[in-house]
Write a protein that binds this ligand. Structure first.
Ligand SMILES: Cc1cc2nc3c(=O)[nH]c(=O)nc-3n(C[C@H](O)[C@H](O)[C@H](O)COP(=O)(O)OP(=O)(O)OC[C@H]3O[C@@H](n4cnc5c(N)ncnc54)[C@H](O)[C@@H]3O)c2cc1C
Length: 511
């Protein structure tokens, strides 16, 4: 990157001094996402920390940044709330981080048409609160709503979350996206396609789940829904997690569809109780929100829900518990992160009928290795469930950290055999990307990527390209899951001094 000082001057000219930083502390903070990334792993990947962090406030500024990046061949990484843990919002080869959390404006709220147009860096919590004041709600939002941005959910696929069983995935909510392509060209997906590809207007879906490899989503026009007063949270305890699972399966079969359904295991509730005393002491709990168009319909829905749960031994924990749990719905997982303080999450999307087999495997591994792993599941759209095992560890205890990561990642190798797929890919899940995208779609995405980003500037080495061959990563995880932890640390240390930092392996990802 020649002539760095001029580049920083030019960036400051675009966004102003207050929206630019290259301080050591900021660079450190922007070198990982919600999952810790110890130096050895950083070195192993050959990651280069960001050089500059920019917080733009308008599409025009982003266009100017991309034009500058093209002129100077500088890599650019898009960052929303960084609430994913797979390296998607972390730069792999330095350059500029675009922190989109400065893009929070509401552009238009059309109450009649029931649509809202927002800049993509607004968090879901901000959007929910704003809409609630006007009597509306979004169709779907993630339980990470305090940090996750609208652009982040669109870019990671958004097929599970609060509201998803009723209103569907994020893709179903999108009416238009404004996207800045890597060249700096702005397109509006409702009326324009992607130049030089066969993707014509109304192709929002190419950007949904693309994790920023094709462009920066700067604005989104989304459907909104009237907020119903006939809405109630209900919490039900089960003697066994599997009974809770069976109840969830039966609810779908009997078409008793909640607005939201979370299923938590005992370890999750135990962890939570250490930071939220009121958390019930149960083997498993389902928390649902039920929504209907009238009081009578809500009452019937609740009766049906409780009847199904009772078949599997479920007992209603009462209004007060349900109210407390619903009120803390956005905080629960991140509240007990501090017990780690590192939290290693996995996110796997699976059909309800397949999910339990995957969870049994995780539980067996946790038991055999005395891990603090808890299970949180979120019912998604179309009978899919987001499975989120979360393991607590501490990156300062390298042996424990590395072993925990390896044990968790190693379980992904056969997740597809059980009908599951990784939810986000980023950098770390690249070796398992085929479980989500399939070979053909990956090939297609690579072709589009080459057309829209020939200089490999935007979110490169992510999703369809990786920093190391999948077989090498899978072999390392498998070895490290089975070796003693001191050998893992030695292995990582040695590998870290021979980084794969030239990213020489690049075009052979897919044959
Ligand atoms: C406790 C917890 C609960 C969660 N619950 C849910 C849930 O209910 N449902 C769910 O789907 N997920 C959930 N997640 C996963 C994650 O929070 C979501 O995927 C979230 O929407 C990501 O948003 P973000 O702004 O944090 O994105 P980031 O993590 O910042 O970015 C994710 C990827 O998208 C890219 N990106 C971000 N913004 C843009 C943009 N504007 N344009 C183009 N690319 C962009 C980034 O470069 C990166 O590759 C949860 C995670 C945690 C930790």
């Amino acid at each position: 990157m020649p002539n760095n000082s001029t580049l920083s001057d030019e960036l400051i000219k675009i966004v102003g001094k207050e929206s630019f930083t290259d301080s050591e502390l900021d660079i450190l903070c922007y070198s990982s996402d919600m999952a810790a990334l110890p130096q050895e792993i950083f070195s192993l990947y050959g990651f280069r920390k960001p050089d500059y962090i920019i917080t733009p406030s308008s599409t025009e500024q982003i266009v100017s940044i991309m034009e500058l990046a093209n002129k100077r061949n500088v890599p650019v990484t898009i960052r929303g709330g960084a609430s994913t843990g797979y390296g998607g919002s972390v730069p792999v080869n330095g350059g500029i981080v675009l922190d989109l959390t400065g893009m929070k404006q509401i552009q238009e709220l059309d109450e009649e048409k029931r649509t809202i147009t927002v800049q993509s860096g607004i968090t879901w919590k901000e959007l929910i609160d704003l809409l609630a004041k006007k009597g509306f709600q979004p169709g779907i939002y993630p339980s990470s709503a305090y940090t996750a941005t609208v652009g982040g959910l669109i870019s990671t696929g958004g097929s599970a979350g609060l509201g998803a069983p009723t209103y569907g995935s994020i893709e179903k909510q999108i009416l238009d996206l404004e996207v800045v392509l890597p060249s700096g060209k702005i397109i509006n997906t409702a009326s324009e396609g992607i130049p030089n590809t066969n993707l014509e207007a109304n192709n929002h879906s190419i950007f949904v789940g693309a994790e920023g490899i094709f462009g920066i989503v700067t604005k989104a026009t989304l459907r909104i829904y009237p907020k119903s007063d006939d809405f109630e949270a209900v919490a039900v305890a089960f003697n066994d997690f599997e009974d809770g699972w069976k109840a969830m399966d039966e609810l779908l079969k009997e078409e008793v569809i909640p607005h939201t359904l979370h299923l938590m295991d005992r370890q999750f509730l135990d962890n939570l109780r250490t930071v939220e005393e009121k958390t019930p002491k149960e083997e498993a709990m389902i928390l649902v929100a039920l929504e209907a168009s009238s009081k009578a319909k809500l009452s019937k829905l609740k009766d049906n829900f409780l009847k199904v749960c009772a078949k599997f031994g479920g007992k209603d924990l009462g209004g007060e518990v349900a109210h407390d749990e619903w009120e803390s719905r956005f905080k629960v997982e991140l509240l007990f992160k501090k017990l780690g303080p590192a939290l290693i999450p996995l996110e796997v999307l699976a059909p309800v009928e397949a999910g339990l087999t995957i969870i049994r495997k995780w539980n067996k591994i946790a038991q055999e290795n005395t891990m603090n792993m808890s299970i949180f599941t979120i019912l998604g759209a179309d009978g899919q469930v987001l499975l989120m095992p979360m393991a607590l560890t501490d990156e300062r205890n390298k042996g424990h950290f590395v072993k925990t990561v390896a044990l968790m990642m190693n379980t992904l190798k056969d997740v597809a055999n059980h009908g599951g797929q990784v939810y986000s890919i980023g950098v770390h899940n690249f070796p398992y990307a085929e479980t989500k995208l399939g070979k053909e779609q990956m090939k297609e995405m690579l072709k589009i990527k080459e057309i829209v980003d020939p200089k490999k500037l935007l979110n490169h080495y992510k999703v369809v390209r990786g920093a190391m061959p999948p077989w090498m990563f899978k072999l390392s995880m498998s070895m490290m899951a089975n070796l003693p932890s001191w050998l893992d640390v030695l292995f990582l240390g040695v590998a870290g001094v021979m980084p794969l930092n030239d990213f020489a392996w690049e075009d052979s990802t897919i044959d």
